[in-house]
Design a protein around this ligand. Structure first.
Ligand SMILES: Nc1nc2c(ncn2[C@@H]2O[C@H](COP(=O)(O)OP(=O)(O)OP(=O)(O)O)[C@@H](O)[C@H]2O)c(=O)[nH]1
Ligand SMILES: [Mg+2]
Length: 168
């Protein structure tokens, strides 16, 4: 994300918290170039996993599509079958808006998994069921707060149980 003013600082803070190296460039630089740098660094350092955080801008779909396509193409110069997973993060508290975002992004690129955040605030996150049903893309992670442990691997059994658990 080279788009939003605070995005790079925010990522640096999280990278420091979890102790992972962050590859960054200045705000406004070409995101595909940052992706290329990140993969090159990962290959030379022998990293197993690279996460690329893209900006979530939706206001100009043609640009978004071109940018995502370019990021992919440039990554494939380093690792031909990259990316191995495309994770779409949806704000679960926005209800129908989350559906609309999912619709737009799945049109723009091949999304292979979902994370649904802010399920701590909503009425038990029924939006997860609707989105999984409508888009047939597995929900891998859920966000239930702003803390480091609050991004959890989605467990469908626990999730369904939570609808019936009177204690929580
Ligand atoms: N309560 C709650 N807050 C969350 C959760 N997930 C993220 N947040 C907060 O929501 C705000 C936005 O999170 P970001 O990670 O910046 O969201 P983003 O999708 O990357 O946004 P852009 O980079 O602008 O596209 C931050 O203050 C987060 O701490 C969650 O599951 N629950
Ligand atoms: Mg972001």
């Amino acid at each position: 994300d080279t788009f939003r003013a605070a995005a790079i600082d925010q990522l640096q803070i999280w990278a420091d918290r979890v102790g992972v190296p962050l590859i960054k460039q200045n705000m406004g630089s070409d995101p595909a170039s940052v992706a290329f740098d990140s993969l090159s660094a990962a290959v030379s350092q022998g990293a197993d996993v690279v996460l690329i955080d893209t900006a979530g801008r939706l206001h100009n779909k043609v640009n978004l599509m071109n940018e995502l396509t370019k990021i992919k193409r440039v990554m494939q110069k380093v690792i031909p079958d990259a990316p191995h997973d495309v994770l779409l993060v949806l704000d679960g508290s926005t209800g129908q808006n989350a559906f609309e975002q999912a619709r737009q992004f799945t049109k723009a690129t091949e999304v292979t998994s979902l994370a649904v955040t802010k399920l701590d605030g909503t009425a038990k996150g029924g939006v997860v069921i609707g989105i999984s049903d409508q888009f047939r893309i597995p929900v891998k992670y859920i966000g239930v707060g702003e803390g480091i442990e609050d991004l959890q691997v989605f467990n469908k059994y626990e999730f369904v149980d939570s609808f019936f658990n009177t204690k929580s």
